[in-house]
Design a protein around this ligand. Structure first.
Ligand SMILES: C[S@@+](CC[C@H](N)C(=O)[O-])C[C@H]1O[C@@H](n2cnc3c(N)ncnc32)[C@H](O)[C@@H]1O
Length: 414
């Protein structure tokens, strides 16, 4: 009996030989091209309409393999999963292409759009280390952009993603090491260096290219913006540059460094999505006093930007301790730069007295916030055994360097 053998056409054999001779990156780019082809897009669109979960994936995959090549289905399932993950970052995630690392490092749309406004006067910008194009998409809306990356897969994704947002025509993609790029004709540069290598986060302060290389670009182009980690050391910021700390609501997301030509001060705090901006407000030293009727908990972007006193000055609030980032006032101040809490009870820290104090206020559950005072929060929760009906925030902190407790509620009811 003749043995059954799979039959391959000459073309398929040539294709197989070609695939086997390709490097890992070439294979990844070729998979991406397949996903970006009409049949790949059709398959991804079909997946988007299906309910793919870890439980259904096997069944969905087998069904799709009847209509599409196996390799394409495998690649599409992976891409579909990344698109679902990308939703919190991108409104058009469903039409975009990602690698896992590229997505992790990509700037979210709301932040990229905010940052691109600094380049309002630029006509031609270089996006150095463009990755999968998170920043590129925002930069290319309104100006020409030269997008550079040494990873051909990321670079191709960046152009596809720019197309997904309808800005692809403004992008020139350059596959190169950023060190080798000619910047003549470019009037501003944005750099987002890699802070991951071989799947691992680099040490704090390290990046590729290093920060010193990125800040040195100012000798070639005067308008330079650099994305940095929110933990960036203040002494890493060159004199005359601005450091901006960006939060999405109360979530501190990242920092950006701006060369003197784009800077508006030494530091700033930006709160998205509205784009509220706090700049230094020089003035008299802010006084320290015991807490009043309201406690203000500054946004982490304000604290990181070193603008707590500036916020106090702008609001007419005071500090409760020289070293603690809480402010206080007797007015219910409403500001995008801090959460305002109403103080129900305030006094020196006395753990034994805490339980009766909370009970007297009918507090049944507390969110404990600790700043400047050590203590085991879990243990405290266990010891309090609260039975009241109201919720409160218990603040463990220092007032004029004395351990202190404040029992507060959120006047907005949140
Ligand atoms: C943090 S990601 C960029 C993310 C991008 N801004 C976004 O929002 O999608 C860093 C990128 O830098 C690229 N890269 C790192 N060193 C490079 C170099 N010397 N030249 C060119 N690209 C480089 C990496 O390949 C990676 O794609």
């Amino acid at each position: 009996m003749a043995r059954l053998r799979p039959r391959h056409t000459a073309n398929e054999k040539a294709g197989l030989r070609h695939t086997l001779s390709m490097s890992g990156t070439e294979q990844a780019v070729s998979r991406l091209e397949a996903l970006a082809s009409p049949i790949g897009r059709e398959l991804l669109a079909r997946l988007a309409r299906l309910d793919v979960t870890p439980e259904t994936e096997l069944r969905v995959g087998s069904a799709l393999r009847r209509d599409y090549p196996t390799e394409l289905v495998t690649a599409a399932l992976g891409q579909h999963e990344l698109r679902l993950r990308a939703h919190p970052k991108f409104t058009r995630a469903q039409q975009m292409y990602f690698t896992r690392v590229g997505l992790e490092q990509a700037t979210a749309e709301v932040i990229a759009q905010h940052r691109a406004t600094r380049f309002a006067d630029a006509v031609r910008v270089a996006d150095l280390c463009c990755g999968i194009g998170g920043d590129l998409i925002a930069l290319a809306a309104g100006r020409k952009v030269v997008a550079v990356d040494r990873d051909p897969l990321h670079l191709r994704m960046a152009t596809l993603n720019a197309d997904a947002y309808g800005v692809g025509a403004a992008v020139t993609a350059v596959h190169a090491d950023v060190r080798d790029v000619d910047l003549s004709g470019v009037d501003a540069v944005f750099v987002d260096p890699a802070r991951r290598a071989q799947g691992h986060r680099m040490r704090t302060g390290d990046s590729e290219p290093p920060l010193s290389w990125s800040t040195g670009l100012v000798d070639r182009v005067e308008s330079v913006g650099i994305k940095a980690a929110p933990g960036i050391a203040r002494d890493a910021v060159p004199t005359g540059w601005e450091v901006e700390f960006i939060a999405d609501r109360r979530d501190l997301k990242e920092a950006a460094l701006w060369s003197p030509a784009l800077a508006a001060g030494s530091s700033r705090a930006t709160i998205l999505p509205q784009g509220h901006v706090l700049l230094p407000l020089p003035g008299d030293e802010v006084e320290n006093r015991d807490p009043g009727e309201f406690l203000l908990d500054p946004n982490p972007a304000v604290t990181r930007a070193g603008l707590v006193e500036d916020l106090a000055r702008s609001l007419g609030a005071w500090k409760i301790d020289a070293r603690i980032a809480f402010l206080s006032s007797d007015q219910p101040l409403c500001t995008p730069f801090a959460r305002t809490l109403r103080v129900l009870d305030s006094g020196p820290w006395d753990q034994k007295a805490l339980k009766p104090r909370l009970r007297a206020l009918d507090i049944g559950s507390v969110d404990i916030r600790r700043r400047g005072l050590a203590g085991d929060v879990e243990d405290l929760h266990r010891q309090l055994k609260l039975r009241g009906t109201r919720r409160a925030t218990l603040v463990m902190t220092r007032v004029d360097d004395r351990p202190w407790a404040l029992i507060c509620t959120d006047p907005s009811g949140n």
